[in-house]
Every structure is written in C-alpha cells, then in structure tokens.
Design a protein around this ligand. Sequence first.
Ligand code: TEU
Ligand code: CA
Length: 630
Amino acid sequence: MYTLESTIGEVLSNPLGADLIEIFRNELKLNRLLIYNGLSRKIKLKTLHKLSRGELSIDFLEMIVSKLNHFRTLELPDHSEEIKPLWWKESVAYQIYPRSFKDSNGDGIGDLGGIIEKLDYLKELGIDLIWLSPVYDSPNDDNGYDIRDYKKIMAEFGTMDDFDSLLSACHQRGMRLIMDLVINHTSDEHQWYVESSRGKDNPYRPYYIWKEGREDEPPNNWTSLFSGPAWNYDKKSGEWSMHIWSKKQMDLNWDHEPLRQDIYKMVNWWLDKGIDGFRLDVINFISKDEGYPDGDPTIAEMMGVCGVEHYAFGKNVHKYLQELHKETFSKYDIVTVGETPGLGLYSSQFFTHEKRKELDLIFNFDHIDNPGNDRFDDYCFDLNILKNQMLFWQQKYGNSCWNSLFLENHDYPRMISKINNDPSVRNPLAKMLAALILTMKGTPFIYQGQEMAMVNVNFESIDDYRDVESLNLYKKLLVDGMSPESALAKVKCGSRDHSRTPMQWTSGKNAGFSSGKPWLDPSMDSMENNIEIQMADNESVFHFYRDLIALRKKYKTLVYGDFLSLRSSRKDMFSYYRKDRDESFYIEMNLSAKMKNRNKKMSENKLLLSSYRNFNPRHLAPYEVNIFKL
Ligand code: TEU
Ligand code: CA
C-alpha cells in the first residue's frame, strides 16, 4: 500500500505514478535529472510538501496516494517480440471536420455531399482512412459534439441515405471510414435526457449524473472545461446535473448498467452498417470517482480546470472499456482510437496494449503545447521539446501498443502559426512537420488543411468567432476584469476556430468552399494559398505530403521498421533511422529557421526526398528535411 511515507522511487514503479511525476515535472519545468536520480528516488512523498513550500498540500499528496493504491493492481502484459501487422497500422488517416470541408448545396455549411465530391481528391493525396467528426443530429452547441440522436444524421449535413452513399463511395475507392463516437455525454435535447429530467423516479433518471444540492451551491467545486461550474440546477427536482463540457452537454452515468447496454446497442447498429471503426471522444472521462469529491486547488491551478483528477482516469474506466470491447468492437474488423486528454505514456499503455482488449490507439496531447503552457498562452512553440516528447513515445511505448502521430485537429490552432509566423519559411516548415508524422512509427493522422499549410486566421472581433469555448472564455475573462483587448488577444491565441475555417479549395468566391455565405468566414489566406494553386505547383506542401505518403506505402519499413534516434541531444537537429531486415532509411531535419551543419555526411545519391530543390552536402537550410535510403 502507498502512504505519505512512500518514496518517489516507489511511486515511479506504478504506471499512474510515473505519468503523474512526468506531468508535474513538465508543468513545474523540472529537469529530468532532478527527478530520475538515485537521491530523489529516496525522497518521501510527505517531504514534497516541505520541498514545494506547501504548494503540494498534504490533501493533494493524500489524493495521489489513494489514486496510486487503486491503480497498484493494474498489471501490464509483456510486450510481444514482433509488431503484429494490421491494416490500420499501415493506413494514413485524414480527419474531416464536416462543417468546414465542402458545401454541396449552397447553404454555407459543409455536408456529406461535399465530402463525396472530394473523395477523389483524398484518394489522390493517398489517404486510406477517414475520421469523420460527428455528423449525428445535434443542436450544435458544440458543433456536433452534443449529440441529440445517435441514429439520425444532422439535417444540415444531409440524410442517412447520404451517409450510406458516402460510406460505399469510400469503400469503392478502397478507403475506410471511422465515425466520431461521443459517449461521455449527450445533448440536453437527447430523448434520454428529456426523460431523465422529467423527475427522480423516471427510469432514465440514472442515465445521467444528478446530485442533491441547494440552489445557490453546486454539489462540488468542479468547473466545466468551457468555463463556469460543471452543474446545471433543476428547480423542479432541487437537484443538479453534471456537465463537464458545455451547459448543453450532459455527462452520462456509466455506472448505470442499462445505460451501458443502450450504448452498446447503438454502437453495434453503426458497426452493422459497415463502418470501419470509431474515434472515441474523451473516452477516459467516462468513469467518475464515487461521490464526486471536490477537486484539488493545486491541480485546478495547474490544469486550468477543477475536478479533472476525479474523472480523467476513473476507477472503472478499464472495466467499462473492456465490456464495450467485448460487447461490440471484438466482433468486427475495425479500428478504435480513443481521445484521452491527460493520460501519459504509461497509463495509455493500459488502454492500448493489444492483450488488454480495450482500444487500438489513443490520442495523447502532451506534445501539442509545450509543457507549462496551454493553448491560450502566447508563447513560441519549441520544436526541441516536441522532438524529445516524440522520441519518448517512439522509444518507450512498446511493440504491443501502437502510436497515433498527429500535430493538428479541430480543437487546436494551426501548428505552423504556433511555431513560426514568418511567411518565408511557411513552406519548408510545413514540409518538416509532414515528415515528422509520416516517417515515424505509428498511424499518421492529417487534419484537413494541414496538407496545404493552412495557418491561423486574423480574427478581429469577438463577433468573428463561433466556438462555444472561445465565446464562453471571452465572457469569463471580461467578468474577471480583463479589458476587451486583452481578452480578445487571449482568445485569439488558442481559439479552436483557427482550425475550423472553411477548407481553401480555390481563389474564387468563399475559397471554393460554398456558393452561399459560409457559417464561418474563410481566411483571407485563401486568395494566395489553396488546393488549386498547390496542386499546380510541384514544390507545394500538398505534393510533398503526397510524395511522403507514397514513400510510406512503398516502404513498409517506414511503418514497422525500428526507430533509432541519432545524437538526440543536439539542439535544433533531429535525425533518426528507420530500419528492418530489408531496408534502412535515414531522416534528418533542421528544427530551426537558421542554417545548420549536418549531423553526418550524406551523399546525394542516396537522397530519396528533400523539402528543398538544391541539396547542399554541408548544411541544412531552415526547417530542411531529407530522407535517404541507405
Ligand atoms: O475534446 C476534448 C479535449 O480534450 C480538448 O481537445 C478540448 O476540446 C479542449 O481542449 C477543451 O479545453 C473533445 C472534442 O474533440 C471537442 O471538440 C469537444 O468540444 C469536447 O471533446 C467535448 O465533446
Ligand atoms: Ca451544405
């Protein structure tokens, strides 16, 4: 049993403990050596209270101890010697945010018909797996992540017939399609919630999380990720119901078995339609700690949200995922990727190890912002930190777990803009980022627009935004006393709307996205940067993505081959090998906007692909990436 007398070394031997130490080390910007050395391993947890000058309270440390005691029973099976080849490990995936991809009926909103129009484009790029962000019926409080009817297509996107046509059009092209499964919560307009809120004795009451409480006092101090308390008060019953997301996204109660059975029926209904799997929205949040205890103020300060330690890795999460797998996934040849914010490498292994029969892959977000920063912080993203994080996962995740490789999605600003806004390096920087996710071990996920180096948008007023998170945050910052200018600047830093502006197809009206007024204005950038221009230019980012994907298809070594990094310590340089019995490749990249000398002499005759036209044997140009076949 863990106690406050336990040492850091004992904590590190527990997967959750190892991840927590890593999170706190990163957040507190402590050097690895400070923690992972013989002396520190002997430090007792209770001493951390003094060492942190009280910042790590005894309550906080006792909460850690109780979490560790719960997860001390987790046993990770050994990793297999060989990686098991599977179709989804060899796929290159592409995430479509339907609202912004292509509008086919002129109402200014992307739709399924528009996606069908662009399947040949995706085929040309070399995509074989599409992840479709939610297309179910929804009031769109969170753009479809608030589902009102799991078995109905959102009217703006089309009909179930349109969906069936899209699915068969994908399969006809040898492409697969996975749906976004949002089962941590539903819309407050979902029939289950409508029933549940009819009264305490309604059979659907326990489908959601209701707690007694006074009208002026929510049941605990948890806050929503979209600002404000994580509870709605229901006058009729004098109870509060939980929403860790928006006020219209009500958390499902996974502890209630009939709810789980209804979820499994719905999942099998979709799988019987022939879809190829799911991306599972915040799936590690589904099990909440008993009694919903108050969140720790230190963690709230660190994570920007209060209570997350009581649901990010709840005690029944593996039980529910193994049941979900057994009742549904296990019966089909599909792929499942869990979105698991807050989990580290070690705890992620318990979700994806092939012998644990839970999920195939997860999305970890540790690398998307440099540690100690969050999306709304105005800082210069350091690629050397990203390099070390990717090295960590490439080297430690194990043969029985499989990485997802991504740098963008619909929840984050565009990566190029976080790293370097200088337009003169946009093309090589975009190509270097492409090489990062397309030459490592794992399944690459390209987010729409990333293949054409889309960048952040110059939003000028709060009226330019649509995202519930951004709008709520702006209001909260004003209430907190921030000036409108500073609040707008902060929202502009991290708004998810940066990655939700319409795809830029042409230089024409509305960037060729729609013949009507788009729901969100296309970026002015579309005038000189769009798919039409990029396809006509052999030096474009689009062509580089296409060439890299073709390389990855041609050489399975780039998928399954060993990853061996070279002199990982040298700043601003990142070089590694990918090798197996048949082939070996050497990839080198300059992580900076300055010229750099090469790590090792490479002759041009082995050069397979470069992000620059002229090869210089002595040095690398800004963000230059080269792939050699040895
Ligand atoms: O996102 C969950 C998530 O962890 C974050 O990416 C989140 O969007 C943001 O950082 C909040 O601070 C998933 C979906 O991808 C997101 O679009 C939804 O808004 C959210 O869950 C709720 O369904
Ligand atoms: Ca439309």
